[in-house]
Design a binder for this molecule. Structure first.
Ligand code: NAI
Length: 339
């Protein structure tokens, strides 16, 4: 098959990154069409990458017959509408950024439409599944290196330096639990091979008083009992003073696997009269950079070889479903039993 012809909707923070990867790094794909509601973003990429089509109207992009697939990287509030319209327009291969949808009604509708219009490949943007360290951890768990898994612990801290920027998006991102922890939940259920059974959570406003007015929080912890009996502890924060920090540990009867224990920016440790120090990672792009390329490479490969992606519709669906239960657990300080 010739190069996979991809169209992209949304050229903001993430969309621009996907466009760059498709154009410069993914050798079996071609950036054929671009769309953004923002003229400057469109002009920028058009001048630099010269795709065949550039439009402000996403329905126009969906009608381009030669496209093999579409990447949706618009704001989360548009995911449902765009996925459904793409399926109805006959697009057979869709990649969509997380979250799949913003409400339980939306994800039900997406599932129904994607099935009804026989979308062939549907990939959701859980990029962390493409991280080499996590893939190795998963292999080690599956090989029995840690024996029987007992506990999965996850730390997910956004830097305080980005708080003002992130909080601006809080009213439309779904808030702390929905926006941040869906990544952790997806990873946890993949790493230990089970869905959550019981959830309890607590959280609050510790750092940014303004969040109270918009019914959001800046720190929380969630305890989970997975259906296979493994325990889960998740902690997330918007107020990490030393940078961006993701740490994951899976502890079992025979040992432990960890990644990200120190959020090193590089391999240098500096020593002087005050002791030893490392520089920390500042932001998520730095930490997860290779995974954004890898996930779109995977999407192109799946289209070319007509194989199903490793992370799809049902994973996106379950993460949103879980997030609503987790948010309820935190909001009401109650235990939620999932079906
Ligand atoms: P952004 O605000 O920087 O960009 C949004 C883009 O969507 C803009 O180019 C805008 O023009 C376009 N857009 C919105 N409505 C449109 C419409 N009706 N027609 C055409 N274009 C439209 O947003 P950002 O930060 O790039 O986030 C995009 C998505 O990526 C969100 O769903 C977010 O949750 C997800 N995301 C995922 C991350 C990950 O780690 N996987 C990290 C950050 C964001």
């Amino acid at each position: 098959m010739d190069k996979v012809k991809l169209g992209i909707i949304g050229l903001g923070r993430l969309g621009r990154n996907h466009a760059i990867n498709i154009h410069y790094k993914i050798s079996n794909a071609e950036l054929t069409a671009i769309c953004s509601a923002v003229q400057e973003e469109l002009d920028d990429i058009k001048i630099e990458m010269n795709p065949d089509y550039a439009t402000l109207d996403y329905m126009g992009l969906l009608s381009i017959e030669e496209l093999d697939g579409v990447v949706i990287a618009s704001n989360s509030a548009f995911h449902c509408e765009m996925i459904c319209n793409a399926a109805k327009a006959g697009i057979k291969n869709i990649f969509c950024e997380k979250p799949l949808g913003m409400t339980l009604e939306e994800i039900d509708l997406i599932k129904e439409i994607v099935e009804r219009y026989q979308v062939n490949i549907f990939q959701i943007g859980f990029n962390r599944r493409f991280d080499k360290s996590l893939i190795k951890m998963k292999e080690q768990v599956d090989k029995g290196f840690i024996g029987k898994p007992i506990l999965i612990k996850m730390v997910n801290r956004d830097p305080a330096s980005m708080a003002e920027y992130i909080i601006k998006f809080s009213p439309t991102s779904g808030g702390l639990v929905f926006d941040m922890l869906t990544h952790d939940y997806d990873l946890a259920r993949w790493l230990i091979g089970s869905d959550a059974g019981i959830i309890f959570g607590i959280g609050g406003v510790f750092a940014y008083e303004g969040l109270r007015e918009i019914n959001d929080i800046d720190n929380c912890t969630i305890s989970i009992e997975f259906k296979n009996g493994v325990m889960g502890l998740m902690e997330t924060s918007r107020s990490c003073t030393y940078g961006y920090h993701v740490e994951i540990e899976i502890y079992g009867t025979e040992g432990s696997l960890r990644m990200g224990t120190l959020p090193n920016k590089d391999k240098v440790v500096s020593f002087n009269k005050d002791g030893a120090s490392i520089e920390c990672i500042e932001w998520f792009f730095e930490f997860w950079e290779p995974t954004f390329e890898a996930e779109i490479q995977h999407f192109a490969n799946c289209i070319q070889s007509n194989t199903q992606p490793i992370v799809g519709l049902i994973d996106g669906y379950k993460a949103v479903q879980w997030a609503f239960s987790a948010k309820e657990a935190v909001d009401k300080r109650t235990v939620i039993k999932m079906k």
